[in-house]
Write a protein that binds this ligand. Sequence first.
Ligand code: BEZ
Length: 251
Amino acid sequence: MANQTWNPENYNKSARFIIEFGRPVIELLAPKPGERILDLGCGTGILAKELADTGCEIVGLDSSPEMVEAAKQLGIDARLIEGVEFESRKKFEAVISNAALHWMPDKYLVVRRVWQALKPGGRFAAECGGDGCLRIVREGMKIALAKRRLDYKARNPWKFCEYAEFSEILKAQGFKIEYIARIDKPTELGTEGLRDWLKVFANSHTEGLEEADKEAFYDEVETYCKPMLFKNGKWYVDYVRLRFLAVKPEE
Ligand code: BEZ
């Protein structure tokens, strides 16, 4: 029943740090003006717009109609996809993906589709949630859901990429890995803290709860996480990222 929904305005307000997360990925990709680049999971299109502004031809893909609409508002050629089912007759020099792959459960399929979208010599640069990402927050949610006799697993939309497993998937497809790293990235949240983060990113977990019970759920998750994630008056989330650059060899 994992059914995450998105509100682009709230996302841009509460998750600005995701845009910052994209900068090292752009650096890793090293885009050149004129290159045709696919942004897989383009969200509200802010990074796609930055790439477009450097003279690249960008196509954005997202499975959320609201996000696609928001990206189009920025002038991005954004398209709605079902899961990871995309096909492109005109191939790309590069695929970039920031904070999106952990929403796509079938990593083999994603990697195959990216491979098919790339020209020989094409680059795939991405960052996503890595193994152990949000361990504390997820534990807090598990406990709060179990108290309501609700199954965390059935509501959880995230499949984080385990370093060794994901490396194998890339290599099995034929990619050459130029760089890969697992990065601990505790991330400071805005003034609304963990509650706001949960509202933006974890709404599939609270689906169907009455509004008052949702608030109680947030209270319980905060109470569990506070000793570990609230420091010097600020909330943090316990992100772990997997960042990589892989190349489809020339034929
Ligand atoms: C992210 O956007 O990076 C993210 C969102 C939810 C869970 C994990 C990571």
